[in-house]
Design a protein around this ligand. Structure first.
Ligand SMILES: CC(=O)SCCNC(=O)CCNC(=O)[C@H](O)C(C)(C)COP(=O)(O)OP(=O)(O)OC[C@H]1O[C@@H](n2cnc3c(N)ncnc32)[C@H](O)[C@@H]1OP(=O)(O)O
Ligand SMILES: CC(C)C(=O)C(=O)O
Length: 538
């Protein structure tokens, strides 16, 4: 059953969304799923359908919009419980190709303290629930949770039973990120040697990054016969996150002469080892970062701002003479364009649309017009408008949820001689306008207080960050924030050459999401108590 290329299961929308604070609403999940399809992932784990009505709806929407005949397989996670499996089966039904992923723990520590069940009970449940999932779909994946800390002999028995019951993929999670590459490789090897029917299933890895070893462990799994890797964009996920998609894919791409023989190909064969279109990597990373509010650290491999930057003289000297001296891959391979100066203030709509198409954006007329106006405003202020600036405008301008509140005007007075004071004017969807003012400890605080006087949506600001999109004094500032309302967090993102304007728009972006979630409590990311209570607050 081992295919001669690596299958990529992306779990950004399921395990990735388990990152503390990375809540996504349905529209954002669909947007990410569309981009994952462009990226070329084989399987999208779209969520955990049973977890909430919002999660169910998000999985269904992804299945409906992205799960076409030649699109990715759409998968939902389900505990080894009938109700979970039924919800998963129903949610993924609109997709042309469907997978149910069911799991149960096999480590003694989980059996004793969490499940409170014996080994024989769990063995029976695993087998029964795989068979139950099989009654809905042909493609069933089974994971023995905490496999990394399970007794190998018991693990082999459970896997053999799951395959006998119909599992077509066996996924091996190092749930707590405990193993080293040598140990994880040996675990995969041991399974291949000791599970008699293992050839009937595809072996998969699911590695967590608690010791920073998720990618290394996944690679060790591949070296030992795993043919599917579970991963997330930017490596986001529960606790320290998961194996990062961009890192594992580029490791296989850049070092393919090492991996080709493992996949039974000549070392120098040119064909890629995954179906991923690597030129979509950077764009996907930016989208996920913007929508989840999880910033990418500058030194992050492949997609960090510094990943292709050369700072020191000796390195710059080498790169100028021959870039191979200090570069192991071309930035364009992952979609980071070298073509920084593209458009200016004399460019027209056609040139702008063409550049957007080259960057992979196909906008409707209304969105295009809004983005074009922002581009012109920026071109008036900046000497050159780069691809990075254009991406920032698009992610800022194209809102996935309706805007209940729109910024009309913001003005601040600040400095070390007076009290920072802000005046804000907002318009609402019905066309009315409201203006208010407030003082604060700084200009952003003053703006946020002024907005809070207009919009009564109690929240706590839990994260605020500003970074520049490009170098230079006229660079666009990108602001990413997160606010907490009751138990939920909402991210906001905006870009502008004026960081106070960007901060204001980012806050409104988060408040619009919060407002939308309260108004649509069954949407993913929006289950916030009773609709009546929500309506009262509005
Ligand atoms: C390693 C992973 O990433 S696993 C996936 C993690 N993702 C999530 O948890 C998604 C979000 N979760 C949720 O919304 C909720 O936990 C729900 C809806 C799934 C369940 O909620 P509740 O019914 O209130 O249960 P709660 O979360 O308190 O406890 C989990 C229960 O599931 C049981 N359980 C855990 N894993 C499994 C499993 N794989 N198969 C069967 N039962 C399981 C636990 O033993 C516990 O049962 P108990 O209440 O009888 O002790
Ligand atoms: C459900 C499984 C695959 C999981 O997420 C884990 O064990 O980390």
């Amino acid at each position: 059953m081992a295919p001669n290329r690596l299958i990529i299961l992306d779990t950004t929308l399921r395990d990735g969304e388990q990152s503390p604070g990375a809540t996504l609403n349905t529209e954002e999940k669909v947007e990410i799923a569309r981009q994952l399809a462009r990226l070329g992932v084989d399987i999208i784990e779209a969520g955990f359908a049973f977890a909430s009505p919002g999660d169910f709806e998000a999985v269904s929407q992804v299945a409906r919009t992205v799960g076409s005949d030649n699109g990715p397989i759409i998968c939902s996670l389900a505990r080894a419980i009938r109700a979970d499996i039924q919800a998963a089966a129903e949610a993924i039904r609109p997709a042309a190709r469907q997978r149910i992923h069911t799991f149960i723990s096999t480590s003694d520590i989980h059996l004793e303290h969490q499940l409170r069940k014996s080994r024989s009970e769990v063995l029976a449940i695993a087998s029964e629930m795989v068979a139950y999932a099989k009654s809905f779909v042909q493609d069933v994946q089974f994971s023995p949770m905490d496999a990394g800390r399970s007794d190998p002999d018991y693990l082999y028995t459970v896997i053999e039973a799951a395959i006998a019951a119909g599992a077509t993929t066996i996924n091996i999670p190092d749930t707590v990120g405990f193993l080293t590459p040598l140990e994880f490789g040996a675990l995969i090897y041991g399974i291949r040697q000791n599970v008699p029917n293992i050839e009937q299933a595809v072996l998969s890895t699911h590695c967590h990054n608690d010791l920073g070893l998720a990618v290394a462990n996944s690679l060790a799994g591949v070296e030992n016969g795993a043919r599917q890797v579970e991963c997330t964009i930017n490596g986001i996920g529960e606790r320290a996150g998961n194996c990062s998609l961009e890192e594992i894919v580029m490791a296989l791409h850049v070092r393919r002469h090492l991996f080709n023989p493992i996949f039974g190909r000549p070392a120098d064969e040119g064909e890629a080892l995954t179906a991923i279109d690597t030129r979509q990597i950077y764009k996907t990373s930016r989208l996920v970062s913007n929508l989840t509010g999880m910033l990418v650290q500058p030194n992050k491999a492949i997609v960090g701002a510094n990943a292709f930057a050369h700072e020191s003289g000796i390195h710059q000297d080498g790169v100028l003479k021959n870039r191979l001296t200090y570069e192991i891959m071309d930035a364009e391979t992952v979609g980071v364009s070298e073509n920084r100066i593209v458009l200016g203030k004399h460019s027209g709509r056609n040139a702008f649309r063409t550049r957007l198409r080259e960057l992979g954006y196909e906008l409707g007329e209304a969105d295009l017009n809004r983005a074009f106006l922002r581009f012109k405003e920026l071109a008036d202020k900046k000497k050159s408008v780069s691809d990075w600036d254009i991406e920032a405008i698009i992610s800022d301008e194209i809102r996935l949820i309706p805007e209940a509140y729109r910024l009309e005007q913001v003005q601040v007075v600040c400095g070390d001689l007076g009290i920072p004071t802000a005046t804000v004017r907002l318009s609402t969807a019905d066309g009315s306008e409201r203006t208010d003012a407030a003082v604060g400890t700084g200009p952003v605080d003053a703006v946020y207080r002024a907005i809070n006087r207009i919009i009564d949506l109690p929240n706590e600001l839990i994260e605020f960050s500003v970074q520049s999109v490009t170098a230079g004094i006229d660079a666009m500032g990108e602001v990413t924030i997160r606010v907490r309302h009751e138990q939920r967090t909402f991210s906001g993102h905006a870009a502008n050459t004026d960081i106070i304007v960007a901060s204001t728009r980012a806050y409104l972006n988060a408040l619009n999401k919060l407002h939308f979630a309260l108004a649509h409590p069954t949407h993913s990311g929006g289950v916030l108590g009773s609709p009546d209570a929500a309506a009262q607050k509005l």
